[in-house]
Design a protein around this ligand. Structure first.
Ligand SMILES: Nc1ncnc2c1ncn2[C@@H]1O[C@H](COP(=O)(O)OP(=O)(O)OP(=O)(O)O)[C@@H](O)[C@H]1O
Length: 800
C-alpha cells in the first residue's frame, strides 16, 4: 500500500506521483496554462482576496465571533486543531463506511475505496493538508456546515472562552473545525461528495467565505482535503516530527489508518555517468603506482560504474495502530491507554482521567463487547432539554463498523452522561438504522449495560477510602492507589448526582440499586456526604422510619423548627436541598424495609409520650378555638405537636400533599397551572407546642374571653409567623406587615388609633421639564394645566 517516489535533492517541490500540480482558477482539469496558473496563484496565494469568481457568503454572526476569538487568540496550545481535523475526517469515513454496508457502490474503486487519512506538508508554500476519503460535502453541506448554520454549542463555547474557559474543549461544543484558525490565516476545504461536483470552500476568517466549483485541483474521487495556509508563527506544524508526535498523542485510537507523506534520507548506489568516470580514471592514472595498476584496474572499473548518493525518499508512513482497543483483553490494556482512548472517544482533552471505566464482553444469545467511561466532568449542557434531546453518547459498532452514536435504545436517558461504545457481533450489518433500532437484541444489550454501568459507579464508592464507615480503616497506611481514589465518589456525586436521582424517578426496575448510590448531607453528617446504608447503620434503636426534610439550603434546614425535638432526641435527619429531591421522594417510598418520613409532614412518630393524652385534653379549648378562628385559611386542624422544642408552633402538611418547599418550587415554575397548584396544595395543620409560654398564655386568654379581638389578632399573627417559619410563602404579605406594625405599636405604647401625619401641601415650584412630560407621572394632567403655553399637552396625551 506504500506509494513511493524519489526526489532529487535540489527539488523544491514535494513529489507525489499521482498528484497533479495545484492549479487555481476555473480552467478544466489538465487544460490550464502556465500563465493561468501564475495568475491564480497570485490571486489566491497573495492572500488578499478570495477567488473573485466564487460565490461569497457571510458567516453566521456567532460563528464569526468565534473565528475572531480564535484568530486573535494567544492560546498557547494550538496543537488542538490537528486532532479536531482528524476527528472530523474519521467521522466522515465512518459515515461512508456505514453507507457502504447497504450499497457497496458508494465506495468506488481503487484509491477511493481505501478508507484512510493522509497528512501532507508543503514547506515552501507553508501548506499543511489533511485529506480523507470520507463521505465528503456537497456544495450545500459546505455552506451550511462550515459557516451559515450555527450550532447550539457555538454561542455556549464563545461564552465559555470569554469567561476564561479552555479552548481545549472546542470539540465538545461541536465547533472543532474552526480551530484551524489558531494556526492558519487562510484555509481551503476541497470536498467531493458522491452526489455533487467537487467544490472549494475558502476563508480568511474575516467574516466571509467563498465557495466555488473546483475545476483546477486534482480530482479527489471522494472525500475532503483541508489545506491550511499556516501563519508564519505556526511554522512548527511543517515539521514531520511535530505532526507525528501530535498524532501519537491525540489520535492514536482513531479507527482508520493515518498516514503522513514522510521524507527519508537514504543512501543509494547510482550509476556514474561517462564523463565523470573517465575523469576519475585519469586522476587515478596520474596518482597511482604503476605496479599496482594492473591488479586493481579491473576491480576499480567495476566499482566506478556506480556511486553512493544521498536521496530523499517520500513514502506514506503509517502513524497509528488501528487494532480496536475494545477487542483487546482488558488485562493487556494499560491505564494510560484507556485514558487516551477516552480522550479521543469523548473529544475531551482535558488533563483529567475518566473517573472510572468498565471494559467487558457479554456472551450467550447476544454477544457484544463494551467499554464504558464515567467522564471526569459533566458536559456543559447535560441537563438542558433533558427530556427532549435524544442524546446518547454511546457509539454502536457492529463487527467493528461504526453504525451510530444516536441510538437512544442503548442506555436510558439518566445514564446519558456515560461515554463509551458497544460492538456487537450479533446484530446484523446490512440493514438500515431504523431496522437495527428495533432489533430484539438491543433490549438485552441495554439491560446488561445498565447493570454494568451501575456496578461501575458502585465500585467508585467502594474503592473510595472517604466512603468507608470504619474510622480505624482510615488510619491504616494509605497506598498511592488509595490516595487517587480518595474523594472520587464525592467528585462523581457533585458532577452526576442529579442523574442518579433522575434514575430513581425513571427506572423502577433498578430503583433500589440506584438508591444505594444516593448521597446527601444530614443533620449529623458534619458537612460530609452520607448514604442510605450509612444512615440506617446509625439509626436509633426503635427508630422505624428514615427522616428527611426538604428545603433550599442546608443552613436554612438546620434552623428549621421541624427539627427541634428530633435533634434533642438525637435522631438523624436527611437534608434534601435540590429541587429534584421533591420529585425523587415521590418515587422513593422505602429502602430496605424502612419508610421515608418527611418531618415537615403529618405522620411523624417518635414513640408515645405518656402525657400526650393529658396535654391534648388540657389544650382542647385552645385548639378548638384556634381551628375556628382559622376557618378561612385552609387549615384542617390545630393539634399538639410532637416535633417542637423551642418554637411555639409550626405548620405541617398532609402526607400526600405538597410540602411547603414543593409549593415554592411549583410557584416558581413559569408554566405551572394555578388550578393544579390549588388542588395539590397539602391540607395544613397548625401544630402547637404545649410547653411554650406564648401558647400557655394564649390558652389562658382564650379560656377567659374567647371573643377578645386582641387575642384573635395575636393568634392570627402567630399563625402567619409559623407559616413563614415552616417555609410557606405568605399569600398576603401586606396584611402580615400591618399586623406586625400594630403589634410594634403596642410594645412601644403607641395608641392603636395613632395615624400617620399628613404631608403639608407644598407647591412644587420648580418641577423640571422631564417630570412634566414624564409619561408615568400620575399628576401629569394637573401639572400640564400649569404648564406654559409652548408645551403640547395633546400630543403627550396621545403618547399616554
Ligand atoms: N472532513 C470532513 N468531511 C466531511 N464533513 C466534514 C468534515 N469536516 C467537517 N465536516 C462537516 O462540518 C461540520 C462541522 O464540523 P465541526 O468540527 O465544526 O463540528 P463537528 O464535527 O460536528 O463537531 P466536533 O467539533 O465535535 O467534531 C461537521 O459536523 C461535518 O458535517
Amino acid at each position: 500500500r506504500k506509494l513511493q517516489a524519489t526526489a532529487d535533492e535540489s527539488s523544491d517541490e514535494l513529489v507525489d506521483p499521482p498528484k497533479v500540480e495545484d492549479k487555481l482558477g476555473a480552467v478544466p482539469h489538465g487544460l490550464s496554462t502556465d500563465s493561468d496558473v501564475a495568475k491564480r496563484e497570485a490571486e489566491s496565494i497573495s492572500r488578499k482576496n478570495l477567488r473573485s469568481n466564487a460565490e461569497k457568503f457571510e458567516f453566521q454572526a456567532e460563528v464569526s465571533r468565534l473565528m475572531d476569538i480564535l484568530i486573535n487568540s494567544l492560546y498557547s496550545n494550538k496543537d488542538i486543531f490537528l486532532r479536531e481535523l482528524i476527528s472530523n475526517a474519521s467521522d466522515a469515513l465512518d459515515k461512508i463506511r456505514f453507507l457502504s454496508l447497504t450499497d457497496k457502490e458508494v465506495l468506488g474503486e481503487g484509491e477511493s475505496a481505501k478508507l484512510d487519512i493522509q497528512i501532507k506538508l508543503d514547506k515552501d508554500k507553508k501548506i499543511l493538508s489533511i485529506r480523507d476519503k470520507g463521505i465528503g460535502m456537497t456544495k450545500e453541506d459546505l455552506i451550511k456546515n462550515l459557516g451559515t448554520i450555527a450550532k447550539s454549542g457555538t454561542s455556549a463555547f464563545v461564552e465559555k472562552v470569554k469567561t476564561g474557559g479552555d479552548l481545549n474543549l472546542i470539540g465538545q461544543f461541536g465547533v472543532g473545525f474552526y480551530s484551524v484558525y489558531l494556526v492558519a490565516d487562510y484555509v481551503e476545504v476541497i470536498s467531493k461528495h458522491n452526489d455533487d461536483k467537487q467544490y472549494v470552500w475558502e476563508s480568511k476568517a474575516d467574516g466571509a467565505f467563498a465557495v466555488s466549483e473546483d475545476t483546477w485541483n486534482e480530482p479527489l474521487g471522494r472525500g475532503t482535503e483541508i489545506r491550511l495556509h499556516l501563519r508564519d508563527e505556526a511554522g512548527e506544524y511543517l515539521e514531520e516530527s511535530k505532526l507525528k508526535e501530535l498524532v501519537k498523542k491525540y489520535s492514536e485510537f482513531i479507527n482508520f489508518p493515518i498516514y503522513i507523506w514522510a521524507s527519508k534520507e537514504v543512501e543509494t548506489e547510482v550509476p556514474v555517468d561517462e564523463d565523470e568516470s573517465s575523469d576519475d580514471a585519469t586522476d587515478k592514472e596520474e596518482s597511482e603506482d604503476e605496479d599496482a595498476e594492473k591488479d586493481e584496474d579491473a576491480e576499480a572499473e567495476e566499482k566506478e560504474k556506480t556511486k553512493k548518493v544521498k536521496e530523499t525518499v517520500y513514502e506514506w508512513e503509517l502513524l497509528n495502530d488501528v487494532k480496536a482497543i475494545w477487542l483487546r483483553s482488558p488485562k493487556e490494556v494499560t491505564e494510560e491507554e484507556y485514558t487516551k482512548f477516552y480522550h479521543t472517544l469523548a473529544k475531551d482533552f482535558g488533563e483529567d482521567k475518566p473517573l472510572a471505566w468498565s471494559h467487558f464482553s457479554a456472551e450467550g444469545d447476544v454477544e457484544f463487547k463494551a467499554l464504558l467511561f464515567v467522564p471526569p466532568k459533566a458536559p456543559h449542557d447535560l441537563y438542558e432539554s433533558y427530556y427532549n434531546s435524544n442524546k446518547s453518547n454511546l457509539k454502536l459498532f457492529v463487527r467493528r463498523v461504526f453504525i451510530s452514536d444516536e441510538f437512544d435504545e442503548l442506555l436510558p436517558k439518566y445514564l446519558s452522561f456515560l461515554k463509551g461504545l458497544v460492538d456487537s457481533d450479533t446484530l446484523p450489518l446490512n440493514v438500515s438504522r431504523e431496522m437495527l433500532q428495533q432489533h430484539s437484541s438491543l433490549k438485552t444489550i441495554k439491560k446488561k449495560l445498565i447493570r454494568k454501568a451501575l456496578d461501575m459507579i458502585r465500585k467508585i464508592a467502594e474503592e473510595d477510602p472517604d466512603e468507608s464507615n470504619d474510622k480505624d480503616e482510615k488510619e491504616v497506611e494509605k497506598s498511592d492507589d488509595d490516595n487517587e481514589k480518595k474523594g472520587k465518589y464525592t467528585k462523581f456525586w457533585n458532577e452526576f448526582g442529579k442523574s442518579i436521582k433522575l434514575g430513581i424517578i425513571e427506572d423502577a426496575t433498578n430503583r433500589n440499586r440506584l438508591a444505594k448510590l444516593l448521597r446527601f448531607e444530614t443533620s449529623k453528617s458534619d458537612g460530609k456526604l452520607t448514604s442510605l446504608d450509612q444512615y440506617i447503620s446509625r439509626m436509633k434503636s426503635g427508630q422505624k422510619d428514615i427522616f428527611y426534610i426538604t428545603g433550599t439550603s442546608k443552613e436554612q434546614l438546620e434552623k428549621s423548627p421541624f427539627l427541634e425535638r428530633l435533634t434533642k432526641k438525637n435522631y438523624e435527619v436527611i437534608f434534601f436541598t435540590d429541587p429534584v429531591d421533591e420529585y425523587l421522594m415521590q418515587y422513593l417510598m422505602d429502602y430496605e424495609d424502612k419508610k421515608f418520613q418527611n418531618v415537615s409532614k403529618e405522620g411523624l412518630k417518635l414513640g408515645k409520650d405518656s402525657k400526650d393524652k393529658e396535654l391534648k385534653e388540657s389544650f382542647k379549648d385552645l385548639t378548638k378555638w384556634w381551628k375556628g378562628a382559622l376557618a378561612k385559611e385552609n387549615v384542617d386542624d390545630v393539634k399538639i405537636s410532637n416535633r417542637l422544642a423551642d418554637s411555639p408552633c409550626v405548620v405541617v402538611t398532609s402526607k400526600y400533599g405538597w410540602s411547603s418547599n414543593m409549593e415554592r418550587i411549583m410557584q416558581s415554575q413559569t408554566l405551572s397551572d394555578a388550578n393544579k397548584q390549588a388542588y395539590m396544595r397539602g391540607k395544613r395543620v397548625l401544630e402547637i407546642n404545649p410547653r411554650h409560654p406564648i401558647i400557655k398564655e394564649l390558652r389562658e386568654r382564650v379560656v377567659t374571653d374567647p371573643e377578645d379581638e386582641g387575642v384573635k389578632q395575636t393568634a392570627y399573627l402567630i399563625y402567619q409567623t409559623a407559616l413563614m417559619e415552616s417555609g410557606f410563602m405568605l399569600s398576603d404579605p401586606k396584611d402580615f406587615a400591618s399586623r406586625i406594625y400594630s403589634s410594634v405599636k403596642t410594645s412601644l405604647n403607641i395608641s392603636p388609633d395613632a395615624t400617620v401625619e399628613e404631608e403639608d401641601e407644598v407647591e412644587e415650584v420648580e418641577a423640571d421639564t422631564d417630570a412634566k412630560t414624564s409619561t408615568d407621572s400620575p399628576n401629569y394632567e394637573a401639572e400640564s394645566t400649569q404648564d406654559d403655553e409652548d408645551t403640547e399637552p395633546s400630543s403627550v396625551k396621545d403618547e399616554l
